[in-house]
Write a protein that binds this ligand. Sequence first.
Ligand code: HEM
Length: 204
Amino acid sequence: MIREFLVWLATQVGKGPGEYDPSWSEGLASTLNVWGLLEGSHVLSLMLFAGTIFLVDLRLLGVGFKTTPISVISDRVLPLTIFGFALMVVTGLLLFYAKPLLYYHNLWFRLKLIFLAIAVINIFIFHYRVQKDRHLWDTAVKPPAKARASALVSIVSWIVVITFGRFIAYDWYECGKPLPHWANVAQECAISETGAIDLDEVVK
Ligand code: HEM
């Protein structure tokens, strides 16, 4: 079902009356500069987003800005983090929209979304649970274990999201190549345009 929706999104939405008229997705994918600008903006907004969130995490871990109250760093930096995150999501969705089927069958994109979900759930747990009694440890050089644990999950999950984001561009596990069976299954290569070739079948 998801794949049918993505096929429609990629080939029908915004398509002109002519048989060979491109859809909006195909049009975006065929633009050299616009796509490049999107990719560049995705990476640039990363600096704002990840750079600011790591600042707060270092304070929560008790390794940086130890004499600055957590509320001071968080309240000043958070608007930049939220703006950076919004930019990442908008540019990311547009990148995805340009080649939805390519990314849908991409192992690193799928893993990136899983860790993105973990990172976002961690943010909600921190904001609605962990920091409820922040007034008790706002100036503590070493915040309580729950705050440090949340900061550690944040740093690790965002580093994994960024790493898998970078791996998306590499075709190590591209469908249609001879791949380990698990990689064909994890990417649903069998229903992709290029199909699935199991390495075991090739190297018998
Ligand atoms: C805050 C969350 C996000 C972070 C930290 C992030 C990070 C990254 C990074 C570091 C790259 C590699 C860029 C490069 O070096 O070329 C990347 C690529 C990409 N991201 Fe994200 N991203 C985020 C959210 C999203 C979202 C929500 C989507 C769409 C659903 C998305 C879609 C993509 C796509 C399609 C690429 C691959 C572009 C290519 O073909 O190289 N990203 N991301």
